[in-house]
Design a protein around this ligand. Structure first.
Ligand code: NAP
Length: 259
C-alpha cells in the first residue's frame, strides 16, 4: 500500500533503537525524510547512516536528551519544518508505590508527559497552518491497565493521554491527526531490563523470566519493533485522516478487555 507520505519530513524522538527505531525505519521505507534523536552520539549517527543507506531518504541525527529544555531546543533547531512527529523517550524505572518521592514523579512526568506536550506545542501550530500533520505518541499498555511495578509510567502516561484526548479534537479540523500507540511487551532493551527485574526478584533465570512474561500474552511472543513501526507509519499516512485521538493497543491480546 502506498502510504501517500513520500517526501514528508518527520521527527522521531528516542529512535536509535527499539520502538522509536522501528517507527523511523517504517517511515523511511514510505519515503519520509527524517530527523532522529537519542542521547548517545555514536549510536544515533550510526542508526541515521544505516536508515539512510537502506531507504535512500535523508536522515539527520541529533544527539540530545529530549526530556530537557536544552535538548528539545537543539532538536527543534535541527528539525525545522516538520509534518510528522513521533514522540518517544525512555520509560521510568520500576519499583513499588511507596518508593517514589516528588522528584521521581516530576522526572517521570517531565519525560513521559510534558516532553511530548512541549514538542506538540512547538510543532503542531505549523502543521495546522499548512493544513496537514500527524502526531503519534508512544505511551504504554499501562494506560489501559496499570502495571504494578511501573506506577510512575501509569501516572505520567495517563496525564499525556488526557491531554491528547482534548487537544486532538481541537486540531483535527486543520488536517492534523494526533493519536497514541500503546505498546505491550516488545522485544527491545527495555523488555530485557524488565525481564532482568523479574529474574532478580524471583531468583529465576532470564529465560524463565521471559517465558513467564510471554505466557501472559495470547500470541505467546513479544511484539517486534518492525511491526510496531508499521502501525505507526500507517497512523502517519494519508489514509489515517479519520483516526483522531485514539489509543491503539499493540499487546498481542495481553489485556483481557472487550473494547
Ligand atoms: P529501548 O529499546 O530501551 O530504546 C530506547 C531509545 O530511546 C533508545 O534509542 C535510547 O537511546 C532513547 N532514549 C532514552 N531516553 C532518552 C532521552 N531522554 N532522550 C532521547 N532519547 C532517549 O526502549 P523501547 O522498548 O523502545 O521503549 C520506548 C518507550 O516505550 C519507552 O518509554 C518504554 O517505557 C515504552 N514501552 C516499551 C515497552 C516494551 O516492551 N518495549 C512496553 C511498554 C512501553 P539513548 O539511551 O542513547 O538515549
Amino acid at each position: 500500500m502506498d502510504l501517500g507520505i513520500k517526501g514528508k519530513r518527520a521527527l522521531v524522538c528516542a529512535a536509535s533503537k527499539g520502538l522509536g527505531r522501528g517507527c523511523a525505519e517504517a517511515l523511511a521505507e514510505a519515503g519520509v525524510d527524517l530527523v532522529i534523536n537519542s542521547r548517545t552520539e555514536d549510536e544515533i549517527i550510526r542508526t541515521a547512516g544505516e536508515i539512510a543507506d537502506r531507504h535512500g531518504v535523508s536522515v539527520t541525527p541529533v544527539a540530545a536528551d529530549i526530556t530537557t529544555e536544552d535538548g528539545r531546543a537543539r532538536v527543534l533547531d535541527a528539525a525545522g519544518q516538520i509534518d510528522i512527529l513521533v514522540n518517544n523517550a525512555g520509560g521510568p524505572p520500576p519499583g513499588t508505590w511507596t518508593d517514589w518521592n516528588r522528584d521521581d514523579f516530576i522526572k517521570a512526568i517531565d519525560a513521559n508527559m510534558l516532553t511530548a506536550i512541549a514538542l506538540m506545542q512547538a510543532l503542531v501550530p505549523g502543521m495546522m497552518d499548512r493544513g496537514w500533520g500527524r502526531v503519534v505518541n508512544i505511551t504504554s499498555q499501562s494506560v489501559r491497565s496499570p502495571i504494578a511495578v511501573l506506577g510512575l509510567s501509569n501516572t505520567a502516561r495517563a496525564g499525556l493521554t488526557g491531554f491528547v484526548a482534548g487537544m486532538s479534537r481541537q486540531v483535527a479540523g486543520h488536517g492534523v491527526c494526533v493519536n497514541n500507540i500503546l505498546p505491550g511487551i516488545h522485544a527491545t532493551d527495555r523488555a530485557d531490563s524488565l525481564d532482568k527485574g523479574v529474574s532478580q526478584q524471583q531468583g529465576i533465570s532470564m529465560d524463565e523470566a521471559r517465558a513467564q512474561r510471554q505466557a501472559g500474552i495470547p500470541t505467546g511472543t513479544y511484539g517486534q519493533p518492525e511491526d510496531f513501526g508499521a502501525t505507526c507509519a500507517f497512523l502517519c499516512s494519508e489514509h489515517a485522516k479519520f483516526i483522531i485521538g485514539q489509543n491503539i493497543l499493540l499487546d498481542g491480546g495481553a489485556l483481557n478487555v472487550t473494547i
